[in-house]
Design a protein around this ligand. Structure first.
Ligand SMILES: [Zn+2]
Length: 78
């Protein structure tokens, strides 16, 4: 049997954890990484007349509610 001092064991454990983390980050970048994210093209609009929420295009200012056909003003997302 051989014994490992506590500080050496901790260094080995820390080194293995850092190697695993580095490998996970490298695999994430090889699979596309954060460049695969894209901004959603739509946003939510709330109709005040019938309380219906629906998706509209991002650049639309005024849309017609699909349920009650009233005009709804789209508030820009901050
Ligand atoms: Zn409506």
């Amino acid at each position: 049997m051989f014994s490992i001092p506590l500080h050496v064991g901790f260094e080995v454990y820390l080194g293995l954890m850092l190697a695993g983390l580095t490998l996970a980050v490298a695999l994430s970048y090889l699979r596309g990484g954060p460049t695969q994210w894209k901004v959603v093209e739509e946003q939510l609009c709330f109709c005040r007349e019938c309380h219906f929420t629906f998706l509209v295009r991002r650049k639309a200012n005024i849309v017609r509610c699909p349920r009650c056909h009233s005009l709804c003003r789209v508030r820009p997302r901050l």
